[in-house]
Design a protein around this ligand. Sequence first.
Ligand code: TYD
Length: 139
Amino acid sequence: MQTSTIYDCMLLTLPKNHQLNGNLTSITNSQEVPFDIKRIYYLYDVPGGNSRGGHAHKDLYQIMIALSGSFSVTLDDGKLKRNFLLNQPYQGLLIPPGLWRDLDNFSSGSICMVLASDVYDENDYFRDYEKFIDWKSKK
Ligand code: TYD
């Protein structure tokens, strides 16, 4: 099991191919991102005022991108919290394992794409904040 502090997460600036007829960003395994991408998922149609997240991962690395619109991400290592506003499709928030995350303030029509280092595995989740804090305190 992995653990991290909020200082281990960072906002990556992804390459942007800017042209008069629009922009393009591409992401290649282990180049712009520090892990092999095994899964992509995205959140969309989040009703106004709703939150997502509310969990931590034990081993999973993720990069979160606001493909469209904006939302905020609060990361919590059990001692300190750090808040990010994601609102640019060329920025990716690198979230290493062992950080609790809450996502809220989704703008209308926003899309949150997540690049993940592994397949979906419910056993990789902490969904109980007290259990997460207990685990962090033993690290
Ligand atoms: P969850 O990870 O809690 O979503 P979020 O943190 O973005 O709010 O997952 C919500 C539900 O979707 C949960 O029942 C598990 C399921 N799910 C999958 O089936 N596959 C996946 O890749 C993910 C991320 C979730």
